[in-house]
Every structure is written in C-alpha cells, then in structure tokens.
Design a protein around this ligand. Structure first.
Ligand SMILES: Nc1ncnc2c1ncn2[C@@H]1O[C@H](COP(=O)(O)OP(=O)(O)OP(=O)(O)O)[C@@H](O)[C@H]1O
Ligand SMILES: [Mg+2]
Length: 1021
C-alpha cells in the first residue's frame, strides 16, 4: 500500500508544514500497525506500507483495504488547523516481493521490498482521486465481495503491456458473511457430503420436539464447512435462521458477531433517523423479553433507548451477564414461535464475550427447539464435545472422483480441459474443495486464448496468503523446519531433516510436533525414525517459495551433502534424489555425475523414459561447465548411457541414438578414451546403429575393433561381448563357420551371475545374447537337436533377467531360429509373445518384427492376403523405427507368404529385390534360401522354366556350401533333387542328396531331414 498526503492549502509556512507532516506520519503508523501492516522508512510525503510481512495473515489484502479506508477517515479528522489539513490518496496492489535489508527485528518499520506490487501501488496512488482508495486487480481478486467498488480506468501502468482496470473502494459491502463475499454468489455445484447433510437433517427432526441439539463442524480452511451449512439450509423449509459470523478483523470487539447479526436483521441504514432506528429495533425483539433486556440490547446496538428503555444501573460485570441472558432470552422467544437454526461460523475467531454467550447458549438450548451449528477450524478446541446433545462432525477431504467431479462442474462446458490437467489439479489439491476451485481458476485464467490450459507452476495468488498465514503461525523455528522439509520433498525423514536444518534436537522435535498438531504435516513413527509427509502439496510449495534464491541453494547443498555423507545407502539406491538437490544448489558438476548414475540405474531397471529424462538433465548441466578433462569424461558417460536408454524405445538405429554416439565418439577421440568401459559401450552402440540400420559390414568392423580392444584386457565380460558381436555380424554377412567359432568362445566365457551388471550397457545380458544367437548358428551348422536345446536354455536364462532388452533379444533370435528350422508351433508361440511384449513395453522396432514373424506363421497355417498384409505392416513398422536389418530374411518370408497365397509372380519379384538388397548391403547370410525360394516359386508359374529353376537351385547349393550353412544346404539339395527326379535324372538326384543327408548325425525327426529321407527312399528303390 502506498499513500501520499498533500496540504489542502498550497501556501503553508515550512515550519507549520513540518509539524503537520509529523502528525500525519504518526497517525499513519498508528492506523497501519493497528490493521497489522508495517511502515517502510518515510520518503517525502509518501508512505509505503506492507501487509503480510513479516507475518502473513489469510486476510492481508482485506486488512490493507480496511486500513486504507480508515486512514482517509483518520487523516481528514487530524486535529490540525483547517487551512493546513491534508488530502490523502491511497493505492494498493498485491503480489510477491523479495524483502532485503535489515531483518524483521523492528515490527513497525519494514526493510526494503522489491517486486512489482510496490510499483503498481505507487502508480495507483498517483492516479487516485483525493481522499480515495484505489486498488489493483491483484488486490480486487483477493478481497472480492468484501467491499463495494467503482471501476476506474483502464489506466496505463508502467510494467504492464496493456492498460489495466483499477477499482476505487467505496466502503465495506453489505455481504452477510465472508463465505458470501468471497464467493460473490458463484457457487460450484455441490459434490458429495450426502452423509453429512443426512446427519444434519436427522438432528433437525430431533429438535422439533423441543430438545435442542448442537453440531460442531470442524475442518481445515476451505474444506467446505460453510458450504455444507449453506447446502443444509437450502433444504429446510419453514424455520427461523440466525447466523453469527466471527471475523478475523474483529476478534477483539466484544459481541461483534451478535451485533452484526442484530443490525442486519433490523435493517439499519446509515441515514436512519433516531426514531426510525428505534422503530426497527423494537420490531426486531421478541415482546416477552422485558424492558430491562430490551434496554441492554439497545445499548449494545447504540440505539437511543431514551426514557422508554432506561438502562439499569449495574456494575460492568453484572451488566455483561445480564446482556448475555437477554440475548439468550431473545433466542428462546424466537424459538417459542417456530424451530430455530442458529449458526455460529468460524468460532476460532470469536471474541471472548461472544464465547461466553455461546457457552451459555449450548447449555440452554438443551430445552429449546433449536439446532445450533458451530463451525471452526481444528486449531481451536471446544469444551462441550462430551455432552449428550452435542455431535462432532469433522469434514474429510473429497475423494479423487469427487475432486474430478468438482473440477468438471466448475469448468462447465466453457473450456475443455485435458483429462491430464484435471488429474493434475486433483492430485495437487489433495481433496480440499477450495484448492480444487482456485487451482482450476488459475489454470483457466493463465492459459492464453486458444491455448490448451496447463498446470501453472506457482501457488495461485488467491491461496497464497492463507497458506502463508498457516506457515507463519508456526513461529520462526517451525517455519524454518517447514522450509527445510519442503526443500527435501513432500516426504522427508526426521534424520535428514535434522542433518539439514542444523537445529538442536529438542528444539526441532518440539517444533515438528507443533506442525503436526496444526495439521500441516502427517507423521509416521517416532523420531529419530519418524518420517513426515506434507498434508498438502500446496503447503509444501508455499513453504518452498518463501526461500529466497541464496538460502534455498545453500539449503539444497546441505541436503545433498548430508545425503552423501550420512545416507550412503539411500544415495546409492536413489542417486536422482541427490542429483536433484545438487542441481537446485547450483553445484552442476556433482549434479551431473549423480544424474548420470541415476540414468544408468534406470536403464539397468529398464525404466527408459525416466533414464532419458535424467540423462538429459545431466547433459544440460554439463554443457555449461568449464571445458576440462573431467567434464568431457562426464559428457561421454552421459551420452553413451543416453544412447543405451534411447535404443530400446526408439530403436537401435534411430537418429537420436546415433547423434548421442557420434558426440561421445568425437569427445573420446579428443580424450583418447579407448579402452574405457564408456568406449566399449560406445562401440557397442555403433555396432547396433549399423547392424540394425542395415550396414552389417560396417557393424562388423566396429565389432572387430571391440574384440581386438578387449583381447589384451583381462576382462572376460568384454571378451565375451566382443565375440558375441563379431559372431552376430558374421551370421548376417553369411560366414556361418567363423560366426560359430566366435559364439562358442563367447558362450564358453559365460557365468550367468556375473553379467547382470553389464546388461544395461550392452543391450541385454551378453551371455544370453550369445546363447540365443549360437542356437541359430547351431541350426545352420546342421546340429538341429542341439540348436533346439540351446535355444531353450537361452530363453530360460533370459526369463531370469530383470532386464527387458535381454528378453527382447532372446525372444527375437529364438523365434528367428524356430522360423529357420520350420518349427511351426514354437515359432507361433514365440512370435505372439514377442509381439505382445514389444507392444506392452512400447518397443516399436521389435513390434514390427513380431508382426512379420506372426504373419509368416499365419501364412503357413492359413495362406492368404491377410498374412501378406501383416508381414507388410510389420516391415513398414520396423522401417519407421529406423530399421533395415534382416531385410533379406524378412523379404524371403514375404515371398514365401505371397507364393502360398497364390501370388507367385509377386513372390518372384520380391525375391529378386531381396537378393539385390543383400548384395548391396552385404547381408548375404540368407542368399542360399532366397535362391532356393526363387526356384520353388518359378516352379509354380504356369509354364515353369526348368533350366532357370535348376540354375537357381545350384546357386542356392553353392551359396550354402560356401557360407557353411548345412541347414540351407540340405534344403537346397532336396529342392534340386526333386527337380532332377522330375526330369528323370534319378541317379543324379540320389548322388547329390545322399552325401548331404549322410552328413547329419542328429535331428532326424525334423521336417527337413524327414523330407530328405523320404525322397531318398524313393530313389533307392
Ligand atoms: N462439497 C463441495 N462441493 C462443491 N464445492 C464445495 C464443496 N465444499 C466446498 N466447496 C467450495 O469450496 C470453497 C471453500 O469452501 P468453504 O468456504 O465452505 O470452506 P470452509 O471450510 O468454510 O473454509 P474456511 O475455514 O475458510 O471458512 C467454496 O467456494 C465452496 O463453495
Ligand atoms: Mg467457512
């Protein structure tokens, strides 16, 4: 609030002027302090006052406006000479300020405050008419219907883009209660509270027989006490209602609620003549109460009773007693006509005399048809709770569904809110209707026109004062503890709080108990094991926001260090917690290291979304650090882990993955980081990017680099991984023999229990990877039974792992093996599992492959267009995720499905495409099968070209032999033998097939060997 004064007469002697201003300052200070404000050091004729500092009250804005009105009154009436009297103009604005300078030692004089509000107040002050109070929208929003206003403006205010409206305060409004005034007639549709209303209605029925009842409704601010009373009242038909409202502004005026009620009911007006007043007064009272009682009540209301009602001559104490009795008699009089509902609202603000009246009333109404409802906040205790006609009703918070209903009721159809925003509001409001309302309003108001409303980060201004007041009532120690707790988080343990707060133990325990008693915190357990929870997210936010930047950073630093030093287990388990505090403390180096650790842990737990968030936060911090070796190393770790986190949800070959890896690589080349674990992880990433991206030869080069760097190190894990990678890339390029050798080595190094830790860096447990892919290589090596067993073992191991990528890898490779081996039921089962696993975990790339494999199985069982479509969809999905790997295989499966569906020519085309893609990319491992497939499809054309078929079969056989795949060799030999038989070249056929078949020593009940055997038998005969 800013006010300034000017002499009405411009010509004043400087000496006189000084005296006048001295008087003026004295008067201002007195009024402002009376209303709970403090005055900043004087500057010229301007007086700056703050309300809400050093201690906040929920009605600070109201206090400021009342003080403004009172000041005008007081200054005008200053006992100074008429020609030197003063005009005052008052401007008021509300908002957060930062208070600097001397601490709050002197309660009357404020230190300097910086913020927009003092500026706006000063500008309003200079625009105000003499002897008026002008308030800003920010204040108007807080005092709503408590006053009457005249809108002024719009005024161009410095600091605001648009001219803004302002309001001149005319006076206190006629609103009956705080509840009415602050709602200004807008009520959210009632939600819930059926049981409470039922209870009140039952009590109402009980009093009809003449036995009064009392219901004590308690609950924290904004829980809906007044609203419940209002909803109940709306349900009553014929009754007399008396409502007494206690007010925080009148806690020291005796019988204020009673006087206000009587004046309201009488209908007094400011311009009534004494006769009119007396007449209204007489109409108000019940005739049975007698002259003395009437005189006492008249005196209470300052009605001139005159001779008709002479005041009895009584001691002050006796007079008070008789007045209270008179008031009870008045109530009894009313109740003799019809049942009365008497409501005492907000008795926690009641003046002591009213409280005596209430005690008396509670006692008396046991014999009267009166229902007395008393509302109060739980901070005060009431004595009559154990009396038989008294019921306690403590209001609970609304449930989640009720909260959502309230929010939607408030929005109406006006603005669609995303259900996420509604959920956020419900979440942050903790079921308190007032919070629900104000957060919803804030969300609707702060959204720019046309934009989708989102949750504002700050506590709404309309709630700020009341929440601050609740904190300030805790006293300095309590408030400090609340701040420390708020900085730790919504939950905090006593131990950490004690470490970070630096308060002595008895002091902090006492203060904490108080906070728990006032209902701001929940406690579990007893100190030192106790943990605490902020009852409301908004209280936590408010406490946190009271910290200025410097102290806040220092506090976070203390918390982070306490965590590091005293809570090593928690720090290891939840590094993100420590990371958060170092970040907020502005200690970026440590923060980045902890974010990196947190990201690694999250990847290890397959919590990829969290990991990506944590690692990106670390990277943001690292960028601004000075360029040192340590910084570079930190960034490398972060980037490499980020690549690991991204490749599961985004796909191994996604551009974000390769960007992270490229950045890591260039940093490593500068730092000569070869040989570090991060370097290996980076190489692994590059193998993945190229392998999945359809460049197996490039991938193979990186795999070899990995292996050759691992060889001199005595680290079996890395060696295993190197062999696995080399083996994997060799299979794709079609060197099955060498691949098998590497995979054998890899599996030989595997000890399951040792590898979980590495899994997150290397796309799953490297041993399971090696086992899976070796099973495939075994099939190609012609060891069909062993392949099946190895696959089962790999899957068994994979299912023991907590790591998602491990199972993903095992499922996809074992499904591929089952497809190669034509083990149809198993291929079907694994393809289904792979598809739903990938869908469940949002793994787009694998989902695509799952669809392809499912489609192939489908085509085998029910040939047709649907199977072909599904394979095509799967292929498109995998490509959309950046993948081109195994395309020669996928194309082969597609061609097969096409052939089965009768689209033979298309099948032939697809095979041709696949062969040329394989040639270009170097992924030649499926060449033999593709040639064989071509021959098979050509044979199904209307007039097959036998020569070409034979050529294809011979190409297939040659490729299989060159690449060392016995599986494909057998299949090619069978196809060629059939072709020869069809041409009558039976001997040739037998000579070709017999040695191939003869090589096998196991797997005789597999379809491939059975088919070969059957064919040979026809040839032997
Ligand atoms: N059950 C409800 N359904 C819909 N709105 C509600 C409900 N309860 C409360 N409200 C709304 O929430 C706001 C706060 O309620 P109310 O003023 O009754 O709280 P209170 O407990 O009386 O608070 P105080 O202690 O400050 O007097 C009001 O705007 C009220 O209309
Ligand atoms: Mg209320």
């Amino acid at each position: 609030m800013v006010l300034s004064a000017q002499p009405r007469s411009p010509r004043l002697d400087p000496e006189d002027l000084r005296a006048v201003f001295a008087e003026y300052y004295r008067c201002c200070t007195e009024v402002i302090v009376f209303f709970g404000g403090i005055v900043a050091p004087f500057a010229g004729d301007r007086v700056l006052a703050y309300f809400g500092y050093p201690e906040a009250h929920e009605n600070d804005a109201e206090r400021a406006v009342r003080a403004g009105l009172a000041l005008i009154d007081a200054v005008v009436k200053l006992p100074i000479r008429l020609d030197s009297s003063l005009h005052v103009r008052v401007g008021i604005a509300s908002g957060l300020v930062v208070v600097g300078g001397p601490g709050p030692g002197d309660t009357a004089v404020a230190p300097l405050a910086v913020g927009e509000a003092p500026d706006f107040a000063a500008q309003l002050q200079s625009s105000a008419q003499p002897d008026t109070v002008l308030i800003a929208a920010s204040t108007r929003d807080l005092v709503r219907g408590l006053f009457d206003y005249r809108e002024v403006g719009p005024l161009a205010l410095e600091g605001l883009a648009e001219p803004a409206a302002a309001w001149q305060v005319i006076g206190t409004s006629a609103a009956e209660s705080r509840f009415e005034a602050l709602r200004e007639g807008n009520l959210t549709p009632l939600v819930g509270r059926d049981e409470e209303i039922d209870l009140l209605l039952r009590r109402w029925r009980q009093i009809q027989s003449g036995e009064g009842r009392v219901v004590l409704i308690s609950g924290e601010p904004g829980i809906g006490k007044s609203r419940l009373v209002r909803a109940f009242q709306d349900k009553l038909a014929d009754h007399a209602a008396l409502s007494f409202y206690c007010s925080p502004s009148y806690q020291d005026s005796p019988l204020y609620p009673v006087i206000a009620q009587l004046e309201r009911t009488a209908g007094f007006r400011r311009d009534d003549t004494p006769e009119e007043r007396l007449a209204k007064f007489e109409a108000l009272l019940h005739p049975s109460i007698g002259n003395e009682a009437t005189a006492l009540i008249a005196a209470l209301l300052s009605v001139p009773g005159g001779e008709r009602y002479p005041l009895p001559n009584l001691s002050p104490h006796r007079r008070k007693e008789r007045t209270l009795e008179a008031l009870v008699a008045q109530l009894a009089g009313l109740a003799s006509k019809r049942p009365v509902l008497a409501v005492f609202e907000d008795v926690h603000w009641m003046d002591p005399t009213s409280r005596e009246l209430l005690d008396l009333t509670v006692e008396q109404i046991a014999r009267l048809p009166v229902l007395l409802i008393v509302t109060f906040r739980p901070e005060s205790n009431l004595p009559w709770t154990d009396q038989s006609h008294v019921t306690n009703l403590s209001l609970r918070r609304l449930g989640r569904d009720e909260g959502g209903e309230l929010v939607r009721g408030l929005i109406g159809d006006s603005a669609p809110l995303a259900s996420k925003v509604v959920d956020d509001i419900v979440e942050r409001s903790d079921g308190v209707p007032l919070f629900l309302e104000e957060l919803t309003r804030a969300v609707l108001e702060t959204a720019p026109v046309g934009a989708v409303p989102a949750m504002p980060p700050l506590v709404p201004a309309t709630l700020h004062a009341s929440l601050m007041a609740r904190l300030d009532r805790l006293g300095p120690t309590g408030k400090e503890l609340a701040q420390v707790g708020a900085a730790i988080g919504r939950h905090f343990s006593y131990e950490l709080l004690a470490e970070a707060s630096q308060l002595s133990e008895p002091e902090s325990q006492q203060a904490l108990s108080r906070i728990v008693d006032t209902g701001l915190l929940f406690r579990r357990g007893l100190p030192p094991q106790a943990t605490f929870l902020f009852k409301h997210a908004l209280v936590q936010d408010t406490a946190y926001n009271t910290l200025a930047r410097g102290p806040r950073q220092a506090l976070h630093a203390r918390i982070a260090r306490a965590l590091e030093q005293k809570f090593p287990t928690a720090t290891q388990a939840q590094p993100e917690f420590v990371a958060h505090h170092f970040t907020e403390a502005g200690i970026s180096e440590q923060a980045a290291a902890y974010w990196c650790r947190a990201g690694q842990l999250s990847v290890a737990k397959s919590a990829f979304v969290e990991a990506i968030g944590q690692l990106r936060r670390g990277l943001l911090l690292v960028v601004d650090l000075p360029d040192t070796r340590a910084r570079r190393q930190q960034e490398i770790d972060l980037q490499v882990t980020l690549a690991a986190a991204l490749r599961f949800p985004k796909g191994y070959a996604h551009s974000e993955v390769s960007e992270a890896l490229d950045r890591a690589r260039s940093l490593m080349l500068e730092a000569e980081g070869a040989g570090t674990i991060a370097y290996f992880a980076m190489l692994f990433g590059l193998v993945g990017v190229n392998y999945i991206g359809g460049r197996p030869r490039v991938a193979h080069e990186y795999a070899k680099e990995f292996l050759s760097l691992a060889q001199p190190l005595a680290q079996p894990q890395l060696l295993l991984m190197g062999h696995q990678l080399v083996g994997m890339t060799l299979i794709v390029t079609g060197d099955y023999r060498a691949a098998f050798t590497h995979l054998e080595r890899a599996v030989g190094l595997y000890k399951p229990e040792e590898y979980q830790e590495l899994a997150y860096r290397f796309g799953g447990d490297p041993g399971v990877r090696a086992l899976s892919i070796r099973a495939w290589a075994l099939w190609h090596g012609g060891r069909f039974d062993e392949a099946e067993k190895a696959g089962q073992e790999a899957l068994y191991q994979a299912r023991q792992s907590v790591h998602l990528e491990t199972l993903a890898y095992a499922l996809s490779y074992n499904c591929l093996t089952a497809v190669s081996a034509r083990r149809l039921p198993e291929a079907g089962r694994l393809a289904n599992e792979l598809t739903s696993f990938a869908r469940e975990h949002g793994y787009a790339l694998l989902h695509g492959y799952g669809l392809v494999l499912q489609g192939w199985v489908m085509g085998k069982r029910q040939p047709g267009g649907a199977a072909v479509e599904q394979i095509r969809d799967g292929l498109a999905a995998a490509r959309a995720a950046g993948s081109r790997f195994h395309e020669p295989i996928v194309f082969g499966l597609l061609a097969e499905a096409l052939g089965l569906a009768g689209e033979v020519e298309k099948g032939v085309e697809v095979v041709a495409e696949a062969l040329s893609a394989a040639k270009n990319s170097g992924a030649r491992g499926n060449d033999a099968e593709l040639h064989r497939l071509r021959a098979h499809l050509l044979g199904r054309l209307p007039s097959p070209d036998r020569t070409e078929m034979e050529a294809s079969c011979r190409l297939a056989l040659a490729a299989a032999r060159e690449q060392g795949t016995r599986g494909f060799e057998l299949r090619a030999a069978v196809s060629l033998a059939r072709l020869l038989v069809a041409q009558g070249r039976r001997n040739e056929a037998r000579d070709l097939l017999a040695p191939v078949y003869g090589w096998f020593t196991e797997g005789f009940d597999t379809p491939d060997l059975q088919e070969a055997k059957a064919l040979l038998e026809t040839l032997d005969g």
